[in-house]
Write a new protein. Structure first.
Length: 129
């Protein structure tokens, strides 16, 4: 049975913008924070990595900065963009470690977990068309 991708719509109601092709991100590894029912982690928030967030994530057991060649993963560094799990983003927000995000690259399904007002606080693309 084929996995059916949800429509590529961002939290603002427009077309989902790409998040990152280098490093290649997304549940589908298509460069966008697309999602589907099989994406139990809801990898829907397009975030710009910071040293603080990477350390926070590693502390919680999800080491995103160490290269894992067996998974063709070079490791993330500050400035990289990555599709984060919405729940982890919300947790980082509560702990004061949330990274900046791109609303246009954040999938509308993130709103099932993170309120739009919270996402807007970290947006780097609010003033862009």
């Amino acid at each position: 049975m084929a996995i059916r991708m949800d429509p590529s719509v961002n939290v603002l109601g427009g077309r989902l913008a790409p998040c990152s092709r280098d490093p290649l991100t997304g549940f589908f590894r298509n460069g966008a924070c697309d999602t589907c029912a099989a994406d139990q982690g809801s990898h829907t928030v397009c975030a710009q990595m910071t040293a603080e967030f990477l350390a926070f994530s590693k502390y919680l057991g999800n080491d995103l900065s160490t290269p894992r060649p067996e998974f063709a993963f070079a490791g993330l560094k500050p400035g990289d963009q990555w599709c984060l799990c919405a729940g982890r983003f919300l947790q980082a927000h509560h702990e004061g470690a949330a990274p900046r995000i791109l609303l246009r690259g954040t999938h509308q399904r993130a709103l099932e977990i993170v309120p739009l007002e919270v996402l807007q606080r970290y947006a780097v693309d609010l003033d862009q068309p």
